[in-house]
Ligand binder design. Sequence first.
Ligand code: ADP
Ligand code: MG
Length: 325
Amino acid sequence: MATTLIEGAASPEKRGTTTPEGHRAALLEERETVQPVARLTGVIKRYETTTALDGLDLALRAGEIVALLGPNGAGKSTAVRLMLGLAAPTSGTVRIFGGDPREATARTRVGAMLQVARLVETLRVREHLDLFRSYYPRPLAVAEIVRFAQLDGLEDRMFGQLSGGQKQRVLFALALCGDPDLIFLDEPTVGMDIEARRGLWQQIRELKARGKTVLLTTHYLEEADALADRVVVINKGRVVSAGTPAEIKRMSGGRRIRCQTALSFADLQAMEGVASVEAAEDFVTVTAHNAEDVVREMLLRDATLSGLEIASPALEDAFLALTKN
Ligand code: ADP
Ligand code: MG
């Protein structure tokens, strides 16, 4: 963990702490609670005719995995490029560790796997790793990177000789070379088969276990659901929804209760929290946000109720509902 103090953070003296432990605790606390690892505030990014980001607000807290989820063209890669200091906002502010992302101190604490990364095909994997390690003050050992990114046995292969999935793993490895505190992964599992994708998910969880902050962009809803502490859904450069995967699902209209019941259509519709009731053959499907309350009430009022099933909407349904406009 880097010990760089964050510029702009209140000094411990102001808090009246006197012991070294107190100082350290105060600094850590400020780092965690006052200052997000990254923050975009009211960011607008225009290209000639397109508005890629249209007032985006986003904060990343230390140690969390955030999925930036959105359809193609939503502005995900643009947001990442701004946080990396590769582009400047048209208006609004972008801060990484409290500073400008183009400053050297911020950049050495960040690693990235970009969507359109191209590497020299005739350099060997080990040479690429050494090159990237040379950019950072405290790089990880090559052996550790190789092990972590599962590149064992591929160190002496030329990049151009690798399969698509192996190339993705090299790009992932490059993002880790500097032992960064904050890692950006822009659609990291595109083109991977399901097994390779699951493998990378496991490595991303491992990064979180090591205290890293991860921002992942994806249009795979399953990926956001499987990995993220928080999902930020964006469309047309704006946040349309944000929350835990479970919260995002709930926003799409609640859970579906399916059963056979003697209760009438009208009885069901009149229950508190019920959004809709549909009947098909012998079964009814009741949609409600407060599914437990509704089920409790149904069971209380109908002792013959049977075949009960409760389903959460897929994240996909929620996502489609949230981004349809
Ligand atoms: P996503 O990563 O979510 O697919 P992007 O951030 O790549 O979306 O793009 C958002 C919008 O900005 C798109 O309409 C895209 O065409 C446009 N855009 C992105 N980069 C540029 C650029 N360098 N020049 C012009 N338009 C761009
Ligand atoms: Mg993109």
